[in-house]
Design a binder for this molecule. Sequence first.
Ligand code: 9MG
Length: 259
Amino acid sequence: MGVVNVTPDSFSDGGVHLDPDRAVAAAHEMAAAGAAIVDVGGESTRPGSDGVSLDEELARVLPVLERLAGRVPVSIDTAKPEVARRAVEAGAELVNDVTALRGHPDMAEVVAGTDAYVCLMHMQGEPRTMQVSPRYDDVASEVAAFLEERLAVAVAAGIREERICLDPGIGFGKTVEQNFELIRRLDVLLALGRPVAIGFSRKSSLGRILGDPEARTGPLSASLAAAVTAYERGATILRVHDVRAHVEALTVARAVVGA
Ligand code: 9MG
């Protein structure tokens, strides 16, 4: 899954794809480099970020989605039901909701009505404050319990289980060590029986484990290592910025694993 943030302020590609022409070109490049789907978002979820209005988010993503329709498979990164609905109408196949359907009371029903796929992600707190002091007794079990509950909510709302994937939300209310523990113990999440998505690409924990305690991003080399180890432990959707390098690394990992 390639990442195209149509935002001025995302942690790693903020501002780069705010112009729709550049966003569309980036999505085409990612698809040509081997991305199975491109995740288009109009609201930054980086630590410390504030939300954007519905109108602003629609104005950012719709022109991009309309131009990609029928050409590049896309997902919509949103917590707003109206954005999800309009995005699916414009061709999006998956709704990537970092609030796991908790951001708005209508989201589950809207997604159920579209028959789109949905990614349910764990987050402790909310983007503005989530990194202040994340706390868990057992991060893997608590994240799994949360995702199990959200899976049940989604299915009860009419979203077909086979349309749902789960994501532990790397960097969303977790310390550096908790992020790595979630990859190490991915089996706990896989036990829920749904595909697991991981988004470690360029995240600050990668720069911090390499020795910079103030890092806000991580380098490509570290992103690749995180993606490959997550893949080896069973993750099947990797949300990444540098598609070509990840496709190459994962192709080699798959050859080694023998899958
Ligand atoms: C939108 N977004 C930012 N990081 C993410 C991650 O790790 N997973 C998912 N599903 N979405 C993310």
